[in-house]
Design a protein around this ligand. Sequence first.
Ligand code: ZN
Length: 199
Amino acid sequence: MKSDIFPATLQDLIEEFNKLPGIGRKTATRLAIHILKVNPEEARALAQAIIRVKENIRFCSVCYNITEEDPCPICRDPARNQRQICVVEDPTDIMMIENTHEYNGVYHVLGGTISPLDGIGPEDLRIKELMKRLDNVDEVILALNPSTEGETTSIYLSKLIKPLGIKVTRLARGIPLGSNLEFIDELTLSKALRSRQEI
Ligand SMILES: [Zn+2]
C-alpha cells in the first residue's frame, strides 16, 4: 500500500526497507527519512556496503559458511581441528559459536532443517555434502536449533552418521525449547557446547 504523501523516490526506498526482516512500515519510513537527512557520503557508503556484500560474499565450497575467500578462513586455518565438525543451520550460528571461544573444530552449514510442513526434505539440505566430508572425522556435533525441526534433523543425521563409527553429539539441554541459537547468550551456549552429549 503506497501513500501519496511522499515523492516517488522516497516511497521506493520505504518499500525496499519494508521488505527487510523485522522492518514494518513505520520503521521503514523512519529509516528512509533518516537516509534523506544524512550527508551524501554516508548514504553512498551504505549503498556501496550493500552492493559489496552481494558482489564479494560467497559460500565456502567446503563448509558453506559465508566468506570472501574460498575456502573460508576457518576451513583454511591449520590450527583448527579438521576431525571435528559442528553442524549448524545457518552461517549466523557459526558466528554465535565462534563468539563463545569454546570450539576449535570446523563447521558445516546445512542451510536449514528438515521440515515436511514447509516441503523441506533431506535432499534440500547440504546433507550429501556433509557425508562426503566424514572420511577422517572423529566427532560430529549437531548444533541445530532446539525446535521440532531441529530435533527431527538431528535424529535423521545421527542415524546416518553413527553407523560410520563416528561419535555424534548434540548441544546439552538447557537451551530453551523452541528458541533460536541466534538469541541465546554466549554463556549459555558455551555451557551447552562444553557439556554436549552423545546421541
Ligand atoms: Zn569453510
